[in-house]
Design a protein around this ligand. Sequence first.
Ligand code: ZN
Length: 134
Amino acid sequence: MKITKIDHLGIAVPSIEDGKKFWTDVLGLELEGSETVEEQKVTTAFFPVGQSEVELLESTAPDGPVAKFIEKKGAGFQHVAFQVPDIVEALEELKEKGIKLIDQTPRIGAGGAKIAFLHPKATGGILVELCQRD
Ligand code: ZN
């Protein structure tokens, strides 16, 4: 598999409004944009860091995946996203290797990127996202 860079780090927060203060006021990062992905019941806010980004994730519903994550593990680091040039090819390769996937096929995430998640059981406990931006 070819991975070109860490695309972003996903961090679950109860509130982007409160959560962003550390990243902007303390670390001096700039909020580039914010977007709600209804299908995922999440609002995301992006803070570019060099070639990568910090992505804050706030749930829009109590039964959303980010709300469930916070309920189980508390707020904090939620997933790492690797950028790949061809996500379909990458998923095929993972399937051939018997890696358990959450998404068998790519879906559309924030910023119109094609994304897919690997199951944490297959990655040593980390939620890993693949991400293709064209
Ligand atoms: Zn992500």
